[in-house]
Design a protein around this ligand. Structure first.
Ligand code: DC
Length: 227
């Protein structure tokens, strides 16, 4: 079973995807990390992440081991990621890897969950379950500021909010695979929800979809065929 989770920065997609992966034995791919790794690579080359030639070169020669780097979580990595992500050649270079992961998740997982901006619309348009996780920009900024402060950074909420708004605009307004809700996605607005409530809703949707697949496509559901 393939689960696609999309939504803007800081909406809680990663937390939800990790919990779903653990609960339902799915392999998890954080596709934002791919764009972050490309962005960091361009910065390390001393180039501009918005320069299409540098960004495309970094994407084509990406070393998968760089996906583990702690540097990817930095704010400048997120900003660079959002810039390289607007370059069509970068998106094309990362597309097959993402589709391959969804189609053949590493053993012993029985399915995959991918989170990003275009999973339900472009990467896996035939995903079995699509979720669009969102929250108001103010709430996302509040959560992100707390997270940064807990890590010991001197974060100022107004500045974090300005970064989030700029990133939202860039991710939504680009021509190449912009952030958008798939028509058949379930929208979870988490502004007033805690992580357990979001997980409870998503898990219920997953179970109901798995039951539906067990009726119609037993081989996909991971459940034994009904007599
Ligand atoms: O989810 P994140 O904050 O780690 O993503 C970083 C940036 O990468 C985000 O601003 C836009 C880009 N991205 C994308 O364009 N498509 C994806 N599937 C995932 C991320």
């Amino acid at each position: 079973m393939i689960v696609a989770i999309d939504g803007p920065a800081g909406a809680g997609k990663g937390t939800l995807a990790r919990r779903l992966a653990r609960e339902f034995n799915l392999a998890y791919l954080d596709t934002g990390a791919l764009y972050r790794a490309v962005g960091v690579r361009v910065l390390e080359m001393g180039a501009d992440p918005a320069d299409p030639a540098s960004a495309a070169h970094a994407a084509r020669t990406l070393d998968p081991s760089s996906l583990e780097s702690a540097r990817l979580r930095d704010e400048d990595a997120g900003d660079a990621a959002s810039k390289v992500a607007a370059v069509p050649e970068v998106r094309a270079a990362l597309l097959e890897f993402q589709r391959g992961f969804a189609k053949a998740p590493p053993s012993p997982c029985t399915g995959a969950v991918l989170d990003g901006r275009d999973i339900g619309t472009v990467v896996c348009p035939h995903a079995d379950l699509k979720l669009y996780v969102t929250a108001s920009a103010e709430e996302r900024a509040r959560r992100r500021t707390l997270e940064l402060q807990e890590k010991g950074f001197d974060a100022i909420q107004e500045r974090v909010l300005a970064d989030i708004i700029a990133r939202d605009e860039r991710d939504r307004d680009r021509t190449a695979a912009p952030l958008a809700e798939a028509r058949d996605a379930f929208v979870l607005d988490t502004t007033e929800m805690d992580a357990d409530t979001v997980f409870g809703l998503a898990a219920a949707l997953f179970r109901s979809r798995a039951d539906q697949l067990a009726e119609t496509e037993p081989e996909k559901s991971g459940k034994p065929d009904r007599p």
